[in-house]
Design a binder for this molecule. Structure first.
Ligand code: UDP
Ligand code: MG
Length: 315
C-alpha cells in the first residue's frame, strides 16, 4: 500500500505512554475507515512517552505508511500535541481523537457524514460517560457549566476535543499560536458552521488516565483564563462590597459609641476583619499572577513545541 499524498481525512491522536493501546487503536480505526471506503491518514503525536509507545508507532508506520508519527523532543502536553497533529495533517478534514479509545473510532463516520452535509466543525457531545469516577464526572460537569456561564463564546457543554474540523478551520487555527491553549474553545472561537453529534464515551481501553488532578486543574485554569476576565473583575466586586460594608460599620460604630454601648471594643473584631481583607487581597494578587504568568509566557515567544523527528510526511 502506498501513502497517499493527500488523504481526505486525517485522524490526529496524541500519545503519552499508551503502549497498551496503540495496536488496538490502529485496528479499530482502520477497520472502521477502510470498511467505509474512506481515504485516510493517522497522525500519531508522541508527546514525550517514556514507555514502548515510540517503538510501536514506528512499527505501525512500517506496516502501513498511512500511519505517520510526529515525535516531540519532550512532553509538551495534550493540547499542544493535538495542535502539532493538526499542523502536520494534510486531509481535507481533520479529526482529533483520544488515543485511549474513549472516543470510539466508529463515531468518525458520523462526523464525516455531517461534514459532507456542509458543516465545518462537527464536535462530538458526550451523551453518557462510562467507567469514570464520580469525582471526574462531577468536576467535569461543573467545569463545563462554569466555563459556559462566564465566557462570551458558547463552548458546547460536555464536549471534549473529539471533533472534526474542515481544512479551512485548521488553517485558521494555524494562525493562533497562543501558548496556554484550550483547543475546544479556540475551535468555537474561530466561528464557521458548527454542529454536534451525540456519542457514548467509552471506558479507557487499557492503562490509566494521563490527567492527574494537578494537570486537570491547570487545564481548567487555562480554559477559563483564555476566554474570560471574570476572575480579574472579582477583585473589583469584592472590593466594592467590602468598602460598602465598612462604611456601614463606621456609622454603626459611631452610633454605638455615642449611645454608650460597649460593643465594638476589643481586638477580635479588628483581627478578624484585617485577616479577612488580607486573605482577599492575597487571593486577588494570586489571580493577577495567573494572568501575568500567562502573559509572560506569550511575550517570551518560544515555539509551541519542538519536534525531534516527523516520519511519513515526505511526498
Ligand atoms: N495525553 C498527551 N499528553 C499528556 C497527557 C495526555 O498526549 O501530557 C494524551 C493521552 O495519551 C490521551 C489523551 O491525551 O490520548 C487524553 O488523555 P487521557 O485519556 O489520559 O485523559 P482523560 O480521558 O482521562 O481525561
Ligand atoms: Mg482518556
Amino acid at each position: 500500500m502506498t501513502a497517499e499524498a493527500h488523504p481526505v481525512v486525517s485522524i490526529v491522536a496524541p500519545v503519552f505512554n499508551e503502549e497498551a493501546i496503540l495496536e488496538e487503536l490502529y485496528r479499530r480505526l482502520s477497520a472502521a475507515l477502510d470498511g467505509a471506503g474512506e481515504s485516510w491518514e493517522l497522525v500519531l503525536v508522541n508527546d514525550g512517552s517514556r514507555d514502548r509507545s515510540p517503538q510501536i508507532m514506528a512499527e505501525l508506520h512500517g506496516r502501513d505508511p498511512r500511519v505517520k508519527v510526529v515525535d516531540f523532543a519532550r512532553n509538551f502536553g495534550h493540547q499542544v500535541a493535538i495542535t502539532a497533529g493538526a499542523d502536520y495533517a494534510r486531509g481535507d478534514a481533520v479529526v482529533i481523537i483520544d488515543a485511549d479509545l474513549q472516543d470510539p473510532p466508529e463515531v468518525i463516520l458520523d462526523l464525516l457524514a455531517r461534514w459532507r452535509e456542509g458543516y465545518e466543525v462537527v464536535y462530538a457531545v458526550r451523551a453518557e460517560r462510562k467507567g469514570e469516577t464520580w469525582f471526574k464526572e462531577f468536576t467535569a460537569r461543573l467545569f463545563y457549566r462554569i466555563i459556559y456561564r462566564i465566557t462570551e463564546i458558547d463552548i458546547p457543554m460536555d464536549t471534549g476535543d473529539f471533533r472534526l474540523m474542515d481544512r479551512r478551520v485548521v488553517e485558521a487555527l494555524k494562525g493562533i499560536r497562543e501558548k496556554h491553549r484550550f483547543m475546544r474553545g479556540l475551535s468555537v472561537w474561530v466561528g464557521f458552521r458548527q454542529t454536534g453529534v451525540k456519542y457514548v464515551r467509552a471506558e479507557r481501553y487499557a492503562g490509566e488516565t494521563k490527567y492527574p488532578l494537578k494537570k486537570m486543574l491547570k487545564f481548567a485554569l487555562d480554559g477559563i483564563t483564555s476566554f474570560s476576565y471574570l476572575p480579574l473583575q472579582l477583585a473589583t466586586y469584592v472590593g466594592f462590597i467590602a468598602a460598602g460594608l465598612s462604611i456601614l460599620g463606621i456609622i454603626a460604630a459611631i452610633i454605638l459609641r455615642l449611645s454608650g454601648s460597649q460593643a465594638f471594643y476589643g481586638q477580635a473584631s479588628t483581627l478578624v476583619s484585617v485577616l479577612f481583607l488580607g486573605g482577599v487581597q492575597l487571593i486577588s494578587l494570586g489571580i493577577i499572577g495567573e494572568y501575568l504568568g500567562r502573559i509572560y509566557d506569550e511575550v517570551k515567544g518560544r515555539p509551541l513545541y519542538i519536534v525531534r523527528e516527523a516520519v511519513g510526511f515526505e511526498e
